[in-house]
Ligand binder design. Structure first.
Ligand code: FUB
Ligand code: ZN
Length: 671
């Protein structure tokens, strides 16, 4: 590492230069102030990490699906949201504290976190390439925050000035610790992306104040809205200071008898009692997933087995009955809460975008702990089908709720007074390159498929470049060219998604062989273990037939309905053309073999190129609008004979709501 250079300076000139060059992270990646290139979470020293993240800057996303989304994020979403943060007074709230602006504070009490998330997004953009204008803006905002900070380190635009006496009096709803968590995440991202520690120092001053003021033997505290748990662990990883880790331990594990709250409050306040006491996944869905991220982070550092047990318990509870097909979470508007098992309404689904992001962050951590593909599968499902729908194709309008059906009355908006989701999507998209790959002692792990170039190193220190070429998610042909700087033995672990029923691979143009081999199965990592030569080429083919999915009958709304997937993409029916039948009046035909009647159609114009599905339907007549509310069972609508084309088009669910107001449904009545 660079900080070791001073000690090495006793050698001869060329030796020093050589040692210095060898000590640099691979290929001159941007490094933080400790001279280290680090991932979204930095777990290379975490005792319980089976896998290790790669830096965002080490992965260059090539032209294709995610590149387009990331470019829109950088060019449209991030600038337009900044404008709105200014217009809505969110930055001025800090300028009031530094005396640079007068007037009342604006917005709900947690708006500081929205600016911090935006700053984190801007920082991760800089990890993928220089953008002097964005860098200058980020630096300017960093200075503004520094100027707004109190001499004791406290920084919160709501609990200052006229409300200074209320500081740390309302842990359940006050969001002071939540906002601090996001400030730290932004500071860490800026440090990792640009090497500049100034924002991290602002966050650290506040963290130091909190650690010195709150906690065991001091004033009791809990995070009504978790976030600080994971931020404190990340701050420990960044600085090496154990007191930050100890504070995360306090939040996650300590009894807090000082607080008397109702049972409902306890369900919502995740660090009010030890998290290991929880039995089911319940409460506010964003709070729950963020708390579980914190628990996973703390487990990674501490090895506290009871935390791993609770993480598994919560995950099983989620996938058995509480997870939407999209990967979204949160059935109820009331309390923005996760519902009971099988309580999965479609149109009334709350499924906040932030909850989907929390779910992906949690699964990402579980993946690094276990190296099990089920967690990468869920990251994939959530990313394409629960996070991406949260932003419009144009990049400047957002869903807060992501229902699985609509009567045509919901549209994305540019701004919400609680604007938590827009910057959350932005930081997720900006940091996405950091979520595609990991390393371990054994080699490289490929979790997600996309055109990209990796420029990093194996854990034995050998520089490694990998080129991946694919049209994923539209087809499952993936080519990887592996270029270790010198011939090296290691394992290449390729995820065979759980949705994939057959897969093949080919090495250096040889014979196509079926996966599984060597015990690998779909829904696992397929391990290619060999002495890799620079330029070795692997071709992987993941078959992507159209798949019909049904739901456990206990989720009553989905009874006798089917959903349609192809590869990782969930499709929906959105009749935008005049005269197209309502989703309620269509019957998906299933008595015919899918491969002959279910087809794909590439539309090069729609959203920059989209694969549509053409599926066989029949419609019923009269349509539901002409029928009474209740009627004898045998008087069902009659099938319409030739009035409709034999097939109709389904679009990717992530793209719904981009063509004007229309009905939409994911779950389609079956014939
Ligand atoms: O409380 C802050 C954010 O606002 C939460 O994460 C969202 O669910 C929304 O309530
Ligand atoms: Zn949100």
């Amino acid at each position: 590492m660079i900080r070791d250079v001073r000690l090495m300076w006793t050698g001869s000139g060329p030796t020093v230069l050589l040692i210095f060059l060898l000590s640099l992270p691979a290929y001159g990646q941007p490094t933080d102030s400790r001279g280290e290139a680090r991932g979204v979470i930095s777990i290379s020293d975490s005792p319980k990490a089976r896998l290790h993240t790669v830096p965002v800057s080490a992965v260059r996303i090539g032209p294709g699906f995610w590149k387009d989304r990331m470019e829109i994020n950088r060019k449209k979403s991030i600038p337009s949201l900044y404008q709105l943060l200014e217009e809505n007074g969110i930055v001025d709230n800090f300028r009031r504290l530094s005396g640079r602006k007068e007037g009342p504070r604006r917005g709900p009490l947690y708006t500081d976190s929205d600016l911090y998330k935006w700053m984190e997004a801007a920082a991760w953009v800089l990890a993928s390439g220089a953008d002097p204008e964005l860098q200058a803006l980020l630096d300017r905002l960093t200075e503004e925050l520094g100027a707004a900070q109190g001499p004791d380190g406290y920084l919160n635009s709501y609990y200052s000035l006229e409300r200074a006496q209320d500081r740390f009096t309302n842990f359940q709803h006050g969001h002071e610790l939540y906002c601090l968590g996001h400030l730290l995440q932004a500071g860490i991202a800026k440090s990792r992306a640009t090497g500049k520690d100034d924002l991290l120092q602002v966050g650290r001053r506040y963290a130091d104040y909190v650690v010195a003021t709150l906690g065991p033997g001091r004033k009791a505290a809990f995070t009504g809205h978790p976030e600080l748990e994971m931020a404190m662990v990340e701050l420990f990883r960044t600085t090496g200071e154990r007191r930050y880790l100890a504070f995360a331990d306090y939040l996650l594990n300590a009894e807090k008898p000082e607080f008397k709250l109702s049972a409902r409050d306890i369900a919502y306040a995740f660090s009010l009692m030890p998290i290991t006491r929880r039995k089911i996944l319940e409460g506010h869905s964003v709070r729950a997933t963020y708390a579980l991220c914190g628990a996973a982070d703390y487990y990674l550092e501490s090895g506290q087995e009871s935390l791993l047990n609770i993480l598994e318990t919560m995950w099983s509870d989620m996938v058995r009955g509480k997870l939407y097909l999209t990967g979204g979470l949160g059935s109820r508007e009331s309390g923005e809460a996760i519902g009971d098992a099988y309580e999965l309404p479609n149109e009334r689904a709350y499924t906040e975008t932030c909850a989907a992001i929390g779910n992906m962050m949690w699964n990402w951590r579980m993946l690094q702990i276990t190296a099990e593909a089920r967690f990468a599968d869920l990251c994939e499902r959530t990313l394409y089908n629960a996070i991406l729908p949260g932003v419009s194709w144009s990049g400047d309008a957002y869903f807060y709720r992501n229902p699985l059906a609509s009567s045509g009355n919901l549209s994305r908006r540019n701004w919400y007074s609680t604007t938590c989701c827009p910057p959350n999507i932005q930081r997720t998209l900006a940091s996405l390159p950091g979520y595609f790959l990991s390393t371990s002692k054994s080699g490289l792990w490929v979790h997600q498929y996309q055109n990209l170039e990796l420029d990093w190193k194996l854990e034995n220190g050998t520089p490694l470049q990998v080129q991946m070429e694919t049209r994923y998610p539209w087809d499952g042909n993936i080519a990887l060219v592996v270029k270790p700087r010198k011939a090296t033995s290691f394992s290449l672990h390729l995820r065979i998604p759980g949705w994939c029923e057959t897969a093949h691979y080919r090495l250096n143009g040889g014979k196509s062989l079926p996966v599984p081999v060597k015990g690998a199965e779909v829904g696992q990592y397929f391990m290619l273990d060999r002495a890799w030569q620079p330029g070795d080429r692997v071709e992987l083919v993941l078959d992507m037939p159209i798949r019909l999915i049904q739901c456990n009958p206990a989720a009553a709304e989905n009874l006798n309905r089917l959903a349609v997937f192809r590869g990782p993409i969930l499709y929906c029916y959105e009749p935008v053309e005049p005269g197209q039948p309502s989703p309620v009046d269509l019957r998906l035909q299933t008595g015919i073999l899918p491969q002959t009647r279910y087809q794909t159609r590439w539309d090069p114009e729609l959203w920059g190129g989209t694969l549509l599905l053409q599926v066989p339907f029949r419609a019923v007549q009269p349509g539901h609008r002409d029928m009474p509310l209740y009627y004898p069972a045998r008087e069902e609508g009659k099938p319409v004979k030739a009035a409709l084309p034999p097939r109709t088009t389904l679009i990717p669910y992530f793209a719904w709501g981009n063509r004007g107001a229309a009905e939409m449904s994911v779950w389609l009545p079956r014939d």
